[in-house]
Ligand binder design. Structure first.
Ligand code: NAD
Length: 497
């Protein structure tokens, strides 16, 4: 991903624009480092109250927020369409899935994070051991524009459910959507536990340096590195949810029709601007021709336009990146069987399918973030897995296979895989979400996503005096001997299998 373009600015404000028309959707303040610090200070006061509530009380508040957002979902979806360009139906789907996550995080935080007993082990049998997961305090969330509701809420809702206050900086492309969600929280809960800061990259950088207890960043790998460097100055921990170059692997026994449908939707929905979108397809040679003819026929009738199923490219600068990847593929022997270089317009990019593209070209290695995909024929699933794993990213992946889906998915180096479906893992709140390599680290969603915004607090409580007091200067030579015997009994004997 390239740097976001400079937006028209006047004084200390910036405008969010409709990517389909260039019209101004809203004007928002560019908040300074001092203003960001003030927001964090307010959030810290709120964290004391919010963190002191029971899981049940927080659940009630979070569900009130979710209900109020759900009741006004069409309004939110229209704002998403205006600022980001996606069709309203897609916006409703995105926001609806996000509500699932708010609900799950609120409902499961107590069970996942509450104090629970663990075994003390034989040597410490006189102890009662337990662990609980405590809120960190204030979490800074920096969001992208491509899923302006689903993606930030994947951090915001889980951090809140874990008992933290949150300062949220939405993308400069979708500040109105961010402001809407924060206002909805204020209306539903009546307290500013969730704070908003708006601005460009500098405001995000200021949030990294404002004394928050953790930063959850979602965006490009390049910006993720800057966020991590800024957070390193104060040893502030980070979660990095960055880009991807996900593949679909189609085995010889796959349902080819379903695989083609899923690959096309995965590549072109949201105008291809999906971190876990399909960018590459590897198809077994036995079904390659059938797959290619099926997906080409489906793609040929798909259009990106103002009223179509594919919206505009949100960031004007991204159009140049998409064009360069398509051109590079064509220059190195690739062929466009659908779309091509002329499909890359000024605001809209038509579906483009590239074949015979060398594996070391930009379209195979770098995140294109447009409604394009490369399709390659492979002789074996080993080859498909090897090629899938040969990029620096490792976010998601899809496998279509009747018999070997799980076995293939297990060998793909990615945080998530979907078998015989596409991006299904993102809609399952109990599954952790995140990547490896240049796709980042740390997890949102699921129990892991709740724990990400906490620290583990271990307590060992003595239940009765031990036979041998190990932690005393009064320990005798006899006790040392007994201890050696116990250790020998416990760990010194080879176990028979
Ligand atoms: P981006 O990196 O340009 O911006 C992301 C956010 O970072 C914005 O809010 C921006 O203002 C802020 N920012 C910019 N410079 C900063 C700095 N120096 N310090 C702190 N914050 C700064 O990314 P984008 O274009 O908004 O989003 C698209 C990218 O996000 C794609 O690469 C996509 O794959 C990725 N993404 C990843 C996930 C995931 O969960 N892994 C989800 C959605 C999007």
């Amino acid at each position: 991903m390239t740097q976001a373009p400079a937006r028209p600015q006047s004084g200390s404000t910036f405008e969010s624009l409709n990517p389909a028309t260039g019209e101004v959707v809203g004007t928002h303040p560019v908040q300074t480092a001092e203003e960001v610090q003030a927001a964090v200070a307010r959030a810290r006061e709120e964290a004391a109250w919010w963190g002191g509530l029971s899981f049940g009380e927080r659940k009630t508040h979070l569900n009130a927020w979710k209900t109020s957002m759900t009741q006004r979902l069409p309004e939110l979806a229209e704002l998403m369409r205006l600022e980001m360009g996606k069709p309203v139906g897609d916006a409703m789907l995105e926001a609806g899935l996000a509500m699932e996550h708010v609900s799950w995080a609120a409902g499961h935080a107590g069970r996942v994070l509450g104090r629970r007993r663990v075994s003390p082990g034989l040597m410490m049998v006189n102890q009662s051991a337990s662990v609980a997961f405590k809120p960190l305090g204030v979490v800074g969330v920096i969001g992208p524009w491509n899923y302006p509701v689903f993606t930030p809420l994947g951090s915001v809702a889980y951090a809140l459910a874990a008992g933290n206050a949150v300062v949220f900086k939405p993308s400069e492309h979708t500040p109105g959507v961010g402001a809407w969600m924060v206002q909805a929280f204020q209306d539903a809960v009546g307290r500013p536990v969730l704070q908003l800061v708006t601005g460009l990259g500098a405001t995000g950088a200021a949030l990294c340096r404002a004394g928050v207890d953790k930063v959850a960043f979602t965006g490009s790998t390049a910006t993720g590195k800057k966020v991590m460097a800024a957070c390193a100055e104060t040893l502030t921990p980070v979660v990095i949810e960055a880009g991807g170059k996900d593949s679909v692997i189609v085995d010889a026994d796959a349902d080819v029709e379903a695989a083609a449908d899923a690959a096309l939707w995965g590549a072109c929905s949201n105008a291809g601007q999906t971190c876990i979108g399909v960018e590459r397809v590897y198809v077994h040679e036995k079904v390659y021709d059938e797959f290619l003819s099926t997906i080409t026929a489906k793609a040929a009738v798909l259009r990106a336009d103002r009223d179509g199923k594919i919206g505009p490219i949100t960031m004007p600068s991204q159009v140049g990146v998409i064009r360069s990847h398509v051109q590079d593929a064509l220059d190195h022997g690739g062929r466009a069987v659908v779309g091509g270089i002329d499909a890359v317009g000024e605001r809209f990019v038509q579906p483009t399918i590239l074949v015979d593209v060398p594996e070391d070209s930009l379209a195979v290695q770098e995140e294109t973030f447009g409604p394009t995909m490369t399709i390659a024929k492979v002789r074996t699933m080993d080859e498909a897995i090897e090629k899938t794993n040969a990029t620096r990213y490792g976010l998601g992946n899809t496998v279509f296979s009747k018999v070997n889906g799980m076995a293939i998915a297990e060998r793909v180096r990615s945080g998530m895989s979907a078998v015989n479906g596409v991006i299904s893992f993102a809609g399952i709140p109990s599954l952790p979400f995140g990547g490896v390599g240049d796709s980042g680290f740390g997890r949102i969603h699921g129990p892991e996503g709740l724990k990400e915004f906490t620290y583990a607090k271990a307590i060992a409580r003595q239940r009765f005096k031990p036979m041998i007091n190990l932690t005393s200067f009064d320990r005798t030579a006899k006790a040392d001997k007994q201890l050696a015997q116990v250790i020998g009994l416990l760990h010194g004997r080879a176990k028979k299998r």
